[in-house]
Ligand binder design. Structure first.
Ligand code: ADP
Length: 758
């Protein structure tokens, strides 16, 4: 039975109590019957004590009092029945002994009930607390289990009592159980955290305090334990600790030195990175900046800090900060203030970010920008970036300079500014090149003139291509080259070339002088002969006028022929360049063939001309074109001059290629071009001739390329050399020109038979 179970005192009689009371009544009746109606000379009434003890076990004070009174009356009544008036002193003494025993037992039972009631009150008080309180003996068997324990662990007292405490609650100790009991025996108490499992399977953490209860002799008797559920507290503590760890880890791993400082500048916290930098925050104190900031940056840093402290505004500074190894690295130092309830700055929270790599990159960028600016200045090439979507522009400083805006670097680049500096005749071209809206052209490539307000004229070449889409923005990346110098040099070169061409023409004419003189004297002699004949026919009587007319016609024809030869020579001899105009290629070729005809005859050269049915037209400087033809004819003739045997043949052929170009081929039957000479054939001053200048082919190439064509020599030709010129056809409206007509007349009827052979 549970020592502390006193519930009998106040609870209504239980079934067992009723049974006990019935047994007590039977015992009382039995004792009375024996006492009153038998002749036993013993103190039978003493057995009423048993009745009293049975009633006392029900825990009722009233029952004990009434039972005590009743059995006393029954004792006296039994005495009366058994002795009537005849009683001895022995019988009286036995009756008194019985009454004393009944009285004493009643008193002791009442006292016992009083003690039990007090104990019950104590137990009720223990049940009032929310703490789990229980008692177990030295074997671990539970002897007391309060309501708090029932609430915490879920087991009712009826179930818990008698169970082994550690088995019932599956206790897990922080250290060995024996150590705990040893401490308990040693100090009499132990406190610590235990893990236990509740009836519903919940795991709880409790703070347990246990005390050893010893008896009067000091012998351990039982253990009193209290438990407080700290599971929630523990969980919160764990969550809090986890968050703190995460926060700390985040602060420690932030790629920067995190710190907090008082408003006076005293550092109160630094993260791990900062600690690793080797700075001793304890000793630096308020003079922190002096300890870590580079002397050259210190004044600026202090000034910024003082401004922030005075104004309460965020700190933003870039300085070199000393590292553990004594080196300095560039850091961005930023801090924000935190205010207290009164609005005063309570603390500064800052982070120093290492920007050394960025600084190095910036320096490199600055250097490369400086190089670029220098290079752009030297090469007179500016760069222009344009967004084709909205027309936003970016100019380099050299582009500003080329456009003459170098004094106004603040102005926003725009197409209007470009047009304002464009030569009026080129504006339409420039505007057209910047029309992106219809279709985004992959490449812009134009040359135009820039006209500055002071009248300075520049030639520029602008090339831009659509950059790779590094971002979502499309952009033209372009180069604006000031080609004024190049253009001037080119013009000077062209002038020199023209001079040289003139010289070579004159040289050629000089070489042909004898033949030409012969060619001119021939029609003049014919005029004289025809004049004489005309005179003779006139002097006849009657004069033969039809013969005179025929002779005069002959004279006119000869004069025209002489005149045309002179015109050709004068044209070849002229110095100033003629404007380009429509030229019939065949006429130009025929003119030169005519000019060369006497020389061909003299040297035994046979010249064949093959040409197509259509008359290909070119937009060209006719004299330059003729110079090319005469150069090639002269070279062909000179190449064949050494031929001992075999025909001396020049074949001239014109072909129209796909209606866009015309090709003129001049082939001779000479020795051809040596393979090793092919590379240098068109180079100036390359000659294999004893008296050659080596400028003929070079001039030919310049002229042909200036006309948008190209010239080449076929070194693999089986017979002699073949030079091929390709030139763009002129497809514009046809002019009516005297020269062309005259040349056509000179060249005679078109040889369509040869055309078919070509
Ligand atoms: P030059 O006639 O003063 O030598 P060119 O520039 O006209 O200068 O010719 C350069 C060289 O090309 C000649 O010296 C010659 O070796 C070669 N060449 C030109 N035309 C022919 C040709 N039709 N056949 C063979 N070699 C030629």
């Amino acid at each position: 039975m549970n020592l502390f179970d006193s519930e009998h005192v106040s609870r209504p009689y239980r079934r067992v109590d009723v049974c006990i009371l019935l047994i007590a009544a039977l015992v009382a009746v039995a004792v009375f019957m024996i006492d009153a109606f038998t002749a036993l000379d013993i103190a039978v009434a003493v057995f009423y004590v048993v009745v009293l003890l049975l009633v006392a076990s029900t825990g009722s004070r009233a029952a004990v009092l009434s039972t005590g009174a009743a059995v006393a009356i029954l004792t006296l009544a039994g005495f009366g029945f058994s002795h009537d008036t005849d009683y001895s002193w022995d019988a009286v003494a036995r009756c008194v002994v019985s009454l004393v025993a009944i009285g004493t037992t009643s008193l002791l039972s009442l006292r016992n009930l009083t003690n039990t009631a007090q104990l019950r009150e104590l137990i009720d008080l223990l049940n009032l607390t929310h703490d789990a309180i229980f008692v177990y003996d030295l074997t671990g068997s539970i002897t007391f289990w309060n309501n708090g324990a029932e609430t915490l662990y879920g087991w009712p007292a009826e179930h818990a009592i008698g169970q082994h405490i550690d088995k019932l609650t599956q206790t897990r100790f922080p250290n060995s159980e024996t150590e705990i009991y040893a401490a308990l025996v040693d100090r009499g108490h132990w406190a610590g955290e235990l893990q236990r499992v509740c009836r519903d399977g919940r795991h709880v953490t409790v703070v347990s305090r246990i005390a050893l209860w010893r008896d009067a002799k000091g012998k351990p008797r039982a253990i009193l334990a209290t438990s407080n559920d700290i599971t929630l507290h523990k969980r919160m503590e764990m969550v809090l600790s986890q968050r703190q760890q995460e926060l700390r880890a985040a602060i420690d791993t932030i790629p920067g030195m995190v710190w907090s400082a008082s408003n006076e500048g005293e550092v109160v916290f630094v993260n791990r990175r900062w600690e690793e930098s080797g700075m001793d925050t304890g000793t630096q104190g308020a003079d922190l900046w002096q300890a870590i900031v580079h002397p050259d940056d210190l004044d600026r840093m202090r000034c910024d800090w003082q401004i922030s402290v005075a104004s309460g505004r965020a700190l933003d500074n870039v300085s070199r900060v000393r590292q553990r190894d004594g080196d300095y690295r560039w850091m961005h130092i930023a801090a924000e203030p935190q205010y207290d309830a009164g609005g005063a700055v309570r603390r500064w929270y800052g982070v120093n970010t290492d920007i050394e790599a960025r600084k190095i990159a910036e320096e490199a960028l600055k250097r490369s920008e400086a190089f670029l600016v220098d290079a752009q200045r030297l090469s007179k090439t500016g760069s222009i970036g344009i967004s084709p979507v909205n027309g936003d522009m970016l100019w380099s400083s050299e582009a500003y300079r080329i456009f003459g805006y170098e004094q106004r670097p603040e102005i926003e680049p725009s197409l209007e500014l470009i047009l304002a500096r464009t030569h009026p005749d080129d504006r339409a071209k420039v505007e057209a090149a910047h029309q992106y809206s219809d279709a985004i052209a992959p490449l812009i490539d134009i040359e135009y003139r820039v006209l500055l307000p002071d009248g300075l004229l520049k030639y520029v070449h602008y090339v831009a291509h659509l950059g790779p889409p590094a971002s979502t923005d499309l952009a033209y990346v372009g180069a604006l080259m000031d080609i004024t110098d190049g253009r001037q040099t080119q013009e000077a070169l062209a002038r020199s070339m023209a001079e040289l061409a003139h010289v070579t023409r004159m040289t050629t004419l000089g070489e042909l002088a004898a033949s030409i003189a012969h060619e001119v004297t021939q029609p003049i002699a014919a005029v004289v002969t025809s004049g004489d004949a005309a005179l003779r026919w006139l002097r006849r009587d009657p004069p033969k006028l039809d013969e005179v007319e025929r002779s005069v016609g002959q004279m006119i024809k000869s004069v025209k022929r002489a005149n045309e030869i002179v015109r050709q020579i004068r044209a070849m001899a002229q110095k100033r360049p003629a404007p380009r105009r429509e030229v019939f290629l065949d006429d130009a070729v025929d003119g030169m063939v005519q000019l060369m005809a006497p020389e061909f005859q003299r040297q035994g050269v046979h010249c064949e001309v093959h040409r197509p049915i259509e008359r290909p037209r070119l937009l060209a400087d006719e004299v330059q074109l003729q110079q090319v033809v005469i150069n090639l004819l002269m070279n062909a003739m000179q190449a064949m001059s050494g031929l001992e045997n075999g025909p001396r043949l020049i074949r001239i052929c014109t072909e129209v290629l796909e209606g866009r170009e015309v090709r003129l081929s001049i082939q001779d039957s000479g020795p051809g071009i040596a393979f090793e000479d092919r590379e240098q054939l068109f180079r100036p001053f390359f000659t294999t001739k004893a008296n050659g200048m080596g400028m003929g082919l070079s001039i030919c190439r310049s002229i042909v390329e200036a006309h948008g064509g190209n010239i080449g020599a076929d070194v693999a030709s089986v017979v002699g050399a073949v030079f091929r010129i390709t030139l763009p056809l002129y497809t514009g409206p046809q002019e009516s020109r005297g020269t062309a007509a005259m040349n056509g007349a000179l060249s005679g009827p078109r040889d369509e038979g040869l055309l078919r052979n070509c």
